[in-house]
Design a protein around this ligand. Structure first.
Ligand code: BDR
Ligand code: CA
Length: 317
C-alpha cells in the first residue's frame, strides 16, 4: 500500500503531541510531508518549539517543521494555558530541540506543496485552529485541487462547547478560518467533541502506555497525566478526552468511528454563539452536505491502536 501523503497542522498541546506520535509511528500508512504549526493552545513560538521537541523525542528530527500564523485571521488570539500549562505541553521537561525550524512560513509551505502535487493527493490533518489552512485557501484557492481530504479536530454538536457554551476551542479561536474550510468544497471529516469526549485517557489506559517504558511512552504518560488534572475536574470523569489523536486514528483505522454526512456551518457573527458549529445531523435544511461528522467511537479499540502503535518506538534514535 502506498502511504497517504499528509501535512499535519497543529498547535501542540499535549493531545496534538500524541497525535504527532501516532502519525510518526505509522510510516507505512502515512507519509508526513511536513508539520505546520499555528497559534492556539499557546502562542506560536511555543507551538513550533513543542512540535520540534516531539520530533526529537520520537527520534524523527528529519521531519520538516514550519511556523505559521501567529494570530487568527481577523481576531485577537485566545490561548489555553489553564488546560495545557504555560509550556503547552506541561507534563514533560522542556528542552531546546535539535529538529530545525524551517525558514519557510507554514502557509507558503502548504501552498507550495499543494501546487506541486497531483490532483486529490494530499490530506490535511488539522488539530489546531484552522488559521494556516484558511489563509492558504484564501491566498491560493487553486490548492484545493490537490486536497484529497481535510481531517480536522474541531466543532461540537451534542456535547456543547468546551471553551464557550456553544463552541469548541479550535473553531472558537478562528471561526473565520473554519468558515472558509467548511465551505471549501473538498471532503471534510470532522472529529468534534461528540467523539473526543468518549476517548478518555483513564489511569489504566495511561499506565499501559507508560509500561512500554521508552521515551515516547514516558512522554505520552507524563503529558496525559498533567492533562488529566484539569479535565477530570471539569468533566467529572476519570481520564481526560484525547481529542486530537482521533484524526490520525481515523486515518489508520476508520472503522473505529461512525459518521454521518451532514452540513456543518460555522457561526462567525453572533457574540453569544461565536464559533458554534451548526451540524445539520437530521438533514432539516437543504444546505449542501459538506462534512462526514463523527458521532460514535470504539474507545477501547482506539486505545488498543494507540498503545500498539506507540510500542513501535521501542528503539528511538
Ligand atoms: C482542542 O482544543 C485544544 O485545546 C486541543 O489541543 C484540541 O485540539 C479540543 O477542543
Ligand atoms: Ca490541538
Amino acid at each position: 500500500m502506498t502511504p497517504r501523503k499528509v501535512i499535519l497542522d497543529c498547535d501542540p498541546g499535549q493531545d496534538d503531541a500524541v497525535a504527532l506520535f501516532l502519525a510518526m509511528s505509522s510510516p507505512s500508512e502515512l507519509d508526513i510531508l511536513g508539520i505546520t504549526t499555528v497559534a492556539g493552545n499557546v502562542p506560536l513560538e511555543l507551538t513550533q518549539r513543542n512540535a520540534r521537541m516531539i520530533c526529537d523525542i520520537a527520534g524523527q528530527s528529519n521531519l520538516a517543521v514550519y511556523a505559521g500564523c501567529a494570530r487568527p485571521m481577523q481576531r485577537d488570539p485566545i490561548t489555553a494555558e489553564a488546560i495545557h500549562g504555560n509550556t503547552g505541553i506541561d507534563g514533560i521537561d522542556v528542552f531546546e530541540p535539535q529538529t530545525r525550524l524551517q525558514e519557510q512560513h507554514a502557509v507558503d509551505f502548504i501552498i507550495a506543496a499543494l501546487l506541486a502535487a497531483d490532483e486529490h493527493s494530499i490530506t490535511l490533518v488539522a488539530t489546531g485552529p484552522l488559521t494556516n489552512i484558511g489563509t492558504a485557501i484564501r491566498q491560493q484557492p487553486s490548492i484545493l485541487d490537490s486536497v484529497e481530504e481535510i481531517v480536522l479536530m474541531g466543532g461540537t454538536m451534542r456535547e456543547g462547547g468546551n471553551r464557550s457554551p456553544s463552541a469548541e476551542f479550535n473553531i472558537l479561536v478562528d471561526p473565520d478560518a473554519a468558515d472558509i474550510v467548511f465551505k471549501c468544497g473538498r471532503p471534510i471529516t470532522a472529529m468534534g467533541l461528540d467523539v473526543s469526549h468518549k476517548v478518555l485517557s483513564t489511569r489504566k489506559r495511561v499506565s499501559r502506555i507508560e509500561a512500554l517504558g521508552h521515551p515516547v511512552a514516558k512522554a505520552t504518560a507524563g503529558m496525559l497525566s498533567f492533562f488529566h488534572r484539569h479535565d477530570s475536574k471539569k468533566y467529572g470523569s476519570e481520564g481526560t478526552p484525547l481529542h486530537d489523536p482521533c484524526t490520525v486514528a481515523y486515518l489508520l483505522q476508520p472503522e473505529l468511528f461512525e459518521f454521518k454526512e451532514c452540513n456543518v456551518s460555522v457561526e462567525t457573527e453572533s457574540e453569544l454563539t461565536l464559533g458554534h458549529t451548526a451540524v445539520d445531523f437530521w438533514h432539516v435544511t437543504d444546505r449542501p452536505l459538506n462534512c462526514s461528522w463523527a458521532y460514535e467511537v470504539d474507545a477501547d479499540g482506539f486505545f488498543e491502536l494507540l498503545t500498539n502503535r506507540l510500542a513501535r518506538f521501542a528503539n528511538p534514535a
